[in-house]
Design a protein around this ligand. Structure first.
Ligand SMILES: NC(=O)C1=CN([C@@H]2O[C@H](COP(=O)(O)OP(=O)(O)OC[C@H]3O[C@@H](n4cnc5c(N)ncnc54)[C@H](O)[C@@H]3O)[C@@H](O)[C@H]2O)[C@@H](O)CC1
Ligand SMILES: Nc1ncnc2c1ncn2[C@@H]1O[C@H](COP(=O)(O)OP(=O)(O)O)[C@@H](O)[C@H]1O
Ligand SMILES: [K+]
Length: 486
């Protein structure tokens, strides 16, 4: 399991590490990694001035703030200047810059200027790092507005974001690449700041052994998911692999039933039962699913999904109650969330795990106000209040457990925002629960694999439908299980 650490946690780890090293070592490690990444980017890109790719002759502009973040940027720029780049550094906070790094840059042939050429091949954002408060100084805003950069590289974090929460309450840099030192920070994986981060490159400066083993935000990878996955063995049968029940869809919305069962079929459970008013449509699309009209007639299952497209009337409320009296873990999505918002008491006295999967509007129905920009805290607050696991959907989906642990999903892309894609996710997650995975892991793994499937389905900029995502799920599962073995 990987993670993201707050500014304070990074500083504690840095202090421990720095005590073992000669002064300036860490900044040189950071600058060397940053310069290497910039050189690689310049090799991929033809300079607008020289029409040649590479560091030599490329124009590099540095926006330099007053602290060590500016220091990293200036030391890295000095390395590029030594390799023949034309470097212009613009101090953006009243002329205050890291003095030793600025001297290194000028020695290497770079220039400190009040204004750089309007066009540059690479813009280094060294305005603010983990010492930054949200927002940018006015001079940085002006420079960003006038510069035309081939590529924007943020040093450690995109300046202006709230490093610890991923909120972006004021102006901030939009980076193509962010080169982070030592560890991820929450702004790289949460909220709008994660979008401004662009591609994330981690430079190892030796911090790992000094970081708190409990990161502020957890980030699952292929190895975690492969470890959690229940692989069928020779003694398994369809029942021991888990039976998943899907209470979704209706005469009016048969599609939700078809998509939710498609998601469930892509998971590890051995048997999918469907309960609801869309049996004909489900049977036509998925002959392997066993259908009944109601939850009570469905028999025993190891996990339920309830909600997508099943309506919010009395009958739907009755079906939701039937699901919630079963001792099995449940995923509640879509209409079930609306019903929970109206009748929160249906969740009381429930002991088996519940995973709620709201998007922002559903969150508001459940919590009474929209999620704050601190999406980790927002998901955790709802999870605590309702004593459930919460998967808060969005461009960077967040999972929170009722005890306050927050996970950020590293996969996914905007093409997943397509009607019915949430139904597929919910069905798939219920199958993970039925196979024996706990609520938090099922939510984290489902979001990860759903994002991967969306990515595979959208390869080559293809338009993606929810059915495409469902079809791509088994491939995404196979890829993750295979990668973790090799
Ligand atoms: N501490 C270390 O050993 C290392 C730190 N490194 C770099 O150091 C950075 C942190 O440097 P600093 O602690 O000097 O802090 P920053 O460079 O992030 O910020 C400098 C100062 O800017 C001012 N400031 C903050 N927010 C502002 C705002 N919104 N508007 C105007 N002024 C504002 C504050 O006075 C702050 O102390 C990291 O992000 C990383 O880039 C790396 O060199 C690796 C090693
Ligand atoms: N901008 C975005 N970028 C990436 N993924 C997104 C974005 N917006 C939504 N998603 C994902 O798309 C899915 C949409 O689910 P949902 O809103 O429930 O749709 P539906 O109800 O139509 O099935 C979720 O997995 C969500 O995380
Ligand atoms: K920065």
């Amino acid at each position: 399991m990987d993670g993201a650490w707050t500014a304070a946690a990074v500083r504690r780890a840095e202090a421990q590490l720095m005590a073992t090293l000669p002064p300036g070592t860490l900044m040189q490690r950071a600058a060397a990694g940053l310069a290497a990444e910039c050189a690689a980017l310049l090799k991929e890109q033809r300079s607008t001035r020289t029409e040649r790719a590479g560091v030599y002759g490329a124009t590099v502009t540095v926006l330099a703030g007053p602290g060590d973040n500016g220091g990293d940027a200036l030391f890295a720029a000095a390395r590029l200047a030594r390799r023949g780049a034309r470097v212009f550094a613009v101090p953006v906070m009243g002329g205050r810059v890291h003095p030793v790094a600025a001297a290194a840059l000028t020695r290497a042939g770079g220039r400190l200027v009040a204004e750089s050429p309007r066009r540059c091949d690479l813009l280094l954002d060294g305005v603010l790092g983990i010492g930054g408060r949200p927002g940018l100084p006015g001079r940085a805003i002006d420079q960003l507005a006038r510069l035309d950069a081939g590529t924007v590289v943020a040093v450690d974090v995109p300046s202006g974001v709230d490093v610890d929460t991923g909120a972006v309450p004021a102006s901030a840099v939009t980076a193509d690449t962010t080169v982070a030192f030592g560890s991820r920070k929450p702004c790289h994986v949460l909220g709008r700041a994660a979008l401004l981060t662009g591609r994330l490159v981690l430079v190892d400066i030796g911090l790992g052994p000094h970081l708190d083993p409990n990161p502020a935000v957890r980030v699952a990878g292929e190895t975690d998911i492969a470890q959690w996955w229940h692989r069928p063995g020779p003694d398994d049968d369809k029942y021991t692999r888990g039976v998943v029940g899907v209470a979704a869809g209706s005469d009016r919305y048969p599609g939700a039933a078809v998509l939710a069962t498609a998601g469930a079929l892509a998971g590890p459970a051995g048997y999918v039962r469907y309960a609801g008013g869309a049996s004909d449509a489900v049977r036509r699309s998925h002959p392997e699913v066993v259908c009944t009209p109601t939850v009570k007639e469905a028999g025993r299952v190891q996990a339920w999904l309830a909600g997508p497209g099943f309506g919010t009337d009395e009958a739907a409320l009755g079906e939701l109650r039937s699901v919630l009296v079963s001792p099995a873990p449940v995923v509640l999505d879509a209409d079930a969330l609306t019903l929970i918002g109206e009748y929160p008491s249906v969740l009381s006295r429930r002991e088996a795990p519940v995973v709620l999967t709201p998007h922002d509007r559903e969150y508001e129905r459940l919590y009474g106000s929209p999620p704050s920009e601190d999406r980790g805290a927002a998901a955790a607050a709802l999870a605590k209040r309702l004593n459930c696991t919460v998967l808060l959907k969005g461009h960077h989906t967040v999972v929170a457990s009722s005890d306050g642990a927050v996970w950020a999903n590293p996969t996914g892309r905007p093409q997943l925002a397509t009607a019915g894609s949430g139904d597929v996710l919910a069905g798939f997650m219920a199958s993970l629960l039925a196979s024996g995975m706990d609520g938090v892991r099922a939510a984290v793994a489902a979001a990860f694999l759903h994002g991967r499937a969306g990515g595979a389905a959208a390869a080559g900029h293809r338009t993606v439908t929810a059915s495409d995502v469902a079809r791509a799920l088994p491939g995404a599962v196979g890829e993750v299980l295979t990668a973790a073995r090799s």
